[in-house]
Write a protein that binds this ligand. Sequence first.
Ligand code: UDP
Length: 477
Amino acid sequence: MDSQKTLSPHVLIFPLPLQGPVNGMLKLAELLCLADFHVTFLNTDHVQHRLLRHTNVQSRFIRYPKFRFRAIGDGLSEDHPRSGDQFMELVDGMEAVTYPLFTEMVTSGDLSSKSEQPATCIIADGFFSFAGGVAQQIGIPLIYFDTLSPCAIWIQLCLPKLIEAGEFAFKGDNLDAKITCVPGMEGFLRRRDLPSFCRSSDVTDPIIKLVLKEDQELPKAQGVIIHTFEELEGTLLSHMRSLCPNLYAIGPLHTHHKVRLGSSKATFSNSLWKEDKSCLAWLDAQPIKSVIFVSIGSLAVMTKDQLLEFWYGLVNSGKRFLWVRRPGSIAGDCTESQIPAELLEGTRKRGCIVGWAPQEEVLANPAIGGFLTHSGWNSTLESIVAGVPMICWPYFVDQQVNSRFVGEVWKLGLDMKDTCDRVIVEKMIKELLEERKDEFMGRADQMSKLARKSVSEGGSSYCNLDRLIEDIRVMSS
Ligand code: UDP
């Protein structure tokens, strides 16, 4: 027998250096380790330092002798925020520094030690269009893991059609005009629901060139992993399969991960910030479904005015709230002396504020009755699994379309996009937690059951993950 065939595959995983993609891909990495694969997980130095500082990831992975981390630079200084308006600087830094380093590392064979076989497959973030050329150079398969929501990926894949139909580059005008040329979304998709870059860009913008390049590269890969489950987005997935036939819908990964690791109670933190677990004890002391959880994820930033609108809305609603205020998530200085006394008093009575929360555990806590979210795709899926209805305040990228799906298609909550007003915040919280509570809870509960079923034995995501593992084995032999 060919000795290569007896070796286990060696997968090189390279996530976009952001909280969501790193979290999802680390979970996938662990699932591949369970299948006895060699896995090399490549982070940027910045992400790697934070991961090692704030989690027990190193000791967790000790049980997998075939797993190891590697790290490379991203071209930015350690204290660069890599969020909000400065996010594009990360993209530029990676293009200038990380991509050449990656190419050199992979093509020179520096990735594998002498005792192990070289990488037999690359799994790279869908954003990394350059990875196709690298994989081709060394003659191994490439599978993209596109960590955006499938509804956003599908719109991106339709971008050439949008451009041709003149439904793109509207410079923020007439935001309620309907978009007609995205199959499967006719009737409910408006300009304001398109990914944020569509509002401000024209076809000459670098971001559009990146998206168009991604559109060309995704279908060339041997497969595309997407973070969803068939029952949530079956129609869209069949449209996507017309361009990328080999799709693996294997989400929701955090639930999957727990199922295959054999403990529904186990928690696996991949946080790049220190989790403040004190909020779990606070939640335990609150009545069932009484608390609104507020978080804008790892990249979004709000102005001081927006902070005050949110804060007044929360306090005036009279509901309990748990609010994550990530360090750096408020633009400019905002000291306690600038905050009106009634807000501080309302927070003391009914609120809890932390810098970073164990979000999956928070959403699973019985006290949570709603999630005021920026509609990041991971947060959306985590909320769906936990059966928690949402109020959506999308910030950028795929979040504008995710919130439309939550409000209009799945009917799992309310879409607050493009407004930030204390009266609306208050009204929506009351609607979600009080007036339409049963309606939203009923829908959320149904969807949560479907999500859990998809990762249980024989479910769609369970089978898709098995198919992915088997296909990698075959491609690697
Ligand atoms: N998250 C967390 N604790 C927090 C806030 C966020 O663990 O206090 C995690 C959350 O569970 C999710 C990720 O950070 O997995 C955020 O990813 P998402 O795609 O929702 O948004 P992004 O940060 O990319 O905008």
